[in-house]
Design a protein around this ligand. Structure first.
Ligand code: ZN
Length: 284
């Protein structure tokens, strides 16, 4: 099943590529608040399944600016660093033996289309699979973890590298949390839609030039293992967002290094989910 945030409302995208507002269609049985829908995720899916052949409005007629982040109000945002060995290598860092975890503060999250204002410094790109939690819990075993995932979507973990590595004990979170640094979307796709949810191609391009192309099967800690290890420490809640790390091809690992510049168009894709499109602009 595919869902989207359209005009800040949870919307079903049917197999015929038509869209149905779930709160409206259900006569208010499900809240117009997307976060509240995650609290009742199993019931929502059951209802949405009955609508798959219901006619709706064509997806192609939805203006890009109406799409928002499908997980707009998470209680927690987790992000995993160095989760692809080839990315750790390009960053000249060792492959970690346990999760490297930071947050992107929720105010950095944004939708799948639009502009991103570049702060001064060295802003880099990182395509990532984003997992959104449906059913929460603590101590979730890895072999049950996919059943706790509401859906998979695309993320960009935009990162200001100079701040990220500054100081005696570098902290990633703030450098990855400027406004607009966490684009997510456009569709939230349930794990059962994928032939293998642990093997999905993802990548990004700048002005049409491919800079990253990877596969989630190369993760050091696959999604179920991330969920198991996070939930051993902190409970996971419905609607929580997990950025799962980036494959190689980021700008800081290049010779010479390359960073985003005003005017650049960043297109980020994941097979089975679609693509996001962002234009970089200078701070005024
Ligand atoms: Zn990242």
């Amino acid at each position: 099943m595919r869902l989207a945030n359209i005009a800040n409302r949870l919307t079903l995208v049917t197999p015929n590529n038509e869209v149905i507002d779930l709160s409206q269609e259900s006569g208010g049985r499900f809240s117009p608040s997307i976060q509240e829908c995650y609290e009742r995720w199993d019931g929502l899916l059951e209802y949405a399944r009955t609508l798959e052949s219901t006619p709706g409005k064509p997806l192609a007629e939805v203006p890009p600016e109406d799409f928002g982040n499908p997980a707009p109000e998470p209680r927690q945002v987790f992000a995993i660093g160095l989760n692809y060995a080839a990315h750790a290598a390009e960053a000249s860092l060792a492959v970690p033996e346990d999760l490297t975890v930071f947050t992107k503060f929720a105010s950095s999250l944004t939708g799948p289309y639009g502009t991103v204002t570049l702060p001064p410094g060295t802003v880099d790109w990182e395509v990532e699979l984003v997992a959104v939690i449906g059913r929460g819990g603590s101590h979730i075993p890895a072999d049950k973890a996919w059943s706790h995932v509401a859906g998979i979507t695309i993320g960009q973990d935009l990162s200001e590298r100079t701040m990220q590595s500054a100081g005696p004990a570098p902290q990633y979170s703030l450098a990855k949390s400027f406004p607009g640094f966490g684009p997510v979307g456009p569709l939230l796709v349930t794990p059962d839609e994928f032939e293998d949810p642990d093997s999905i191609e993802l990548g990004c391009a700048i002005n049409g030039e491919e800079v990253q192309k990877g596969n989630t099967s190369d993760m050091v800690f696959p999604v179920p293992e991330i969920i198991a290890r996070l939930s051993k420490v902190t409970p996971l809640f419905p609607g929580d967002v997990i950025f799962t790390g980036t494959p190689p091809g980021v700008g800081v690992g290049r010779v010479p290094q390359r960073f985003l510049a005003p005017g650049d168009e960043l297109v980020t894709y994941m097979r089975g989910v679609g693509q996001m499109r962002h234009r970089m602009q200078a701070a005024s």
